[in-house]
Structures are given as structure tokens and as C-alpha cells.
Design a binder for this molecule. Structure first.
Ligand code: FES
Ligand code: FES
Length: 173
């Protein structure tokens, strides 16, 4: 249950990146604002209008939400993943993060967390996407640096890397 914590502030209990978290927010405030207030700065405010995908957050069963568009209140009890949560406990980057660096796809970096989460969502459903499937998965992510080609290549490379790691693990079982 969403709790009222004084004046206009409210609070929800959620799980963010595997950790229990209490998110505080003002009445009617977005999930994006609540996450950023709690220190999840990978959730970027690109447009506040649901257009750019910079504020993407994964939730539930591999779903993505543009967190600037939804009231925080609606996410009580949800499991949320932000780009911070893709890094392992020992600091190892997710293959997608690694390949974005390898391919010089990070550019200024602003839109990248949202784009990487779109890539994670895609690779969960499809471990060997074609270029057109990658383009389609990223069509809601707007990059003002405009270098989309490296980003498509990075996702393809991460898919290859993840498949070959999966095959190696399967062989050693
Ligand atoms: S900030 Fe949410 S879609 Fe642009
Ligand atoms: S990398 Fe700069 S906005 Fe996309």
C-alpha cells in the first residue's frame, strides 16, 4: 500500500535492482522523478513527454516503461531494473554495457542507459536478433548524438557474446 509520509509526500515499497527500496515522491509525481530522487541517476530525463526513451525502466516480466509518463504510486510492490542494476556485484559490466564501450557506442552517454535497457529487453526475448529486429527494438530510443550504427552493432556483438557464453556453460555442465 502506498503510504503517506507527511505534507504532500507519499512512499511506496519496491525492489530496485534486487534490493528493497522505499521511494518517496510528491503527489502525482512520476516514477522517473522518484527513482532519480533515490539516486538512480541512470534514469534520465530527456523529454518528460514519453518520446525519447531515456527514462526507460524494466519491470515485471521483461516489460519496459517510460518512467516519466507513469505515476510512481502505480508501481507499489514492483520489481524494477535500472541500468545500475546490470553491473554485477563484483563490478563486472553486462555484455551490452561492455560492447557499447567496445564499439564506441556510448557517445555522450545521455540516452545510453535507456537504450541498453531496450537491448536487454530484446535479448531476453530473442538471443539472435537481426539488424532489423534491433532497429525495431530501438525505435523508441532517440539519440541526439545520432550514431545509431555503432549501437546496433554493439547489440549484435553482445548477443553473439551472450550466446557463446551460454554455449560454453552448457558444455561444462
Ligand atoms: S524522458 Fe521519458 S521518454 Fe523522454
Ligand atoms: S549518446 Fe548522446 S544522446 Fe545518445
Amino acid at each position: 500500500m502506498c503510504a503517506r509520509v507527511g505534507n504532500s509526500k507519499k512512499r511506496i515499497d519496491v525492489v530496485v535492482n534486487g534490493e528493497n527500496e522505499k521511494l518517496e515522491f510528491d503527489e502525482g509525481e512520476s516514477l522517473m522523478a522518484a527513482l532519480r530522487r533515490a539516486g538512480y541517476y541512470s534514469v534520465k530525463n530527456g523529454c518528460s513527454e514519453g518520446v525519447c526513451g531515456a527514462c526507460n525502466v524494466l519491470y515485471g516480466e521483461n516489460q519496459i516503461v517510460r518512467s516519466c509518463l507513469v505515476p510512481a504510486e502505480r508501481y507499489e510492490g514492483e520489481e524494477l531494473t535500472t541500468a545500475e542494476g546490470l553491473v554485477s556485484e563484483d563490478g563486472e559490466l553486462h555484455p551490452l554495457q561492455e560492447e557499447f564501450l567496445n564499439y564506441g557506442a556510448a557517445q555522450c552517454g545521455f540516452c545510453i542507459p535507456g537504450m541498453i535497457l531496450s537491448g536487454v529487453q530484446l535479448l531476453e526475448k530473442n538471443d539472435d536478433p537481426t539488424e532489423s529486429e534491433i532497429r525495431s527494438a530501438l525505435k523508441g530510443n532517440i539519440c541526439r548524438c545520432t550514431g545509431y550504427i555503432q549501437q546496433f552493432e554493439a547489440i549484435q556483438a553482445a548477443a553473439d557474446q551472450m550466446r557463446s557464453e551460454g554455449e560454453t556453460e552448457a558444455r561444462s555442465d
